[in-house]
Design a protein around this ligand. Structure first.
Ligand code: ADP
Ligand code: ADP
Length: 228
């Protein structure tokens, strides 16, 4: 993995009188192998920030760079688990195929894709669901499938937007521990958006608080927690 740098980033939605400014010149550096949690009220720009970090959105002002190069689109080192698992899982594909989808473009053979998918599904606590379709699973299970797909990328950077929002409490604890292990054992860089400050403190080496104001001016407070 390499360093992710957010330099003076702002995003403007809409134009003229309807213009709405988000992030207001945010600067942030995420070191390789670091775990950074982003918290803040609804509308503060958490999802917008994650989209910029993933290269899916281009900031209106400032730059986001990875390994010293400005991101101009999705990067093979950066995997994303979006908040909207319903919109991101493909309903006509079986669960295992959804999970293995990122590997298809890399020319990985079907049998090997299947094996990797089952591995990733097992690591999020899902077994024997590979042959089902996403819509045959509960919301919490679908969310775990989306996380499994994020793992299937084998990317050194994993961005997650409220990944545990609709899973039950026990699965949530398991997935939080899985997230800790991703960093500790595999050295994966994690940037995770959550509404839950306890979760942020538990999972983050650092917690970034995005505070929204009606004017769109933002305060950014970094709480350094140290490692463990
Ligand atoms: P959170 O991440 O806090 O759950 P959401 O990302 O779902 O919140 O949305 C926050 C607010 O942004 C909501 O009021 C929603 O209607 C608005 N919003 C999200 N995406 C869009 C969009 N594409 N166009 C307009 N408004 C949006
Ligand atoms: P959060 O994830 O913290 O809730 P978002 O990044 O979803 O915040 O949204 C920040 C602000 O930007 C919100 O006020 C939302 O309405 C607005 N917004 C987000 N996406 C869009 C969009 N595609 N078009 C217009 N406004 C948007």
């Amino acid at each position: 993995g390499a360093e992710l740098v957010v330099d003076n980033v702002g995003v403007t939605y809409g134009q003229g009188a309807a213009a709405h400014h988000v992030l207001g010149g945010l600067t942030l550096k995420v070191e390789p192998g670091e775990s950074v949690c982003i918290v803040g009220p609804s509308g503060a720009g958490k999802t917008t920030l994650l989209r910029c970090l993933s290269g899916l959105s281009k900031p209106t002002a400032g730059t986001v760079s990875y390994a010293g190069q400005a991101l101009t689109g999705p990067h093979s080192d950066i995997a994303v688990v979006s908040q909207d698992y319903r919109g991101s899982l493909l309903p006509w594909m079986r669960v295992w195929d959804n999970v293995a989808f990122p590997l298809q473009g890399r020319g990985v053979k079907r049998a090997q894709r299947r094996r990797r998918a089952e591995e990733c599904l097992a690591s999020v606590g899902l077994r024997d669901v590979g042959d089902k379709y996403p819509w045959q699973l509960s919301g919490g299970m679908q969310q775990r499938v989306a996380i499994a797909r994020g793992l299937a990328y084998d990317a050194p950077v994993l961005l997650m937007d409220e990944p545990f929002g609709s899973v039950d409490a026990q699965s949530r604890f398991d997935l939080e521990d899985l997230t800790l292990r991703l960093r500790r054992e595999l050295g994966i860089t994690v940037v995770l958006v959550t509404h839950d400050i306890d979760e942020a403190v538990y999972l983050g080496d650092r917690v970034i608080v995005l505070g929204g104001r009606p004017t769109g001016v933002l305060d950014t407070l970094t709480v350094a927690l140290g490692t463990d």
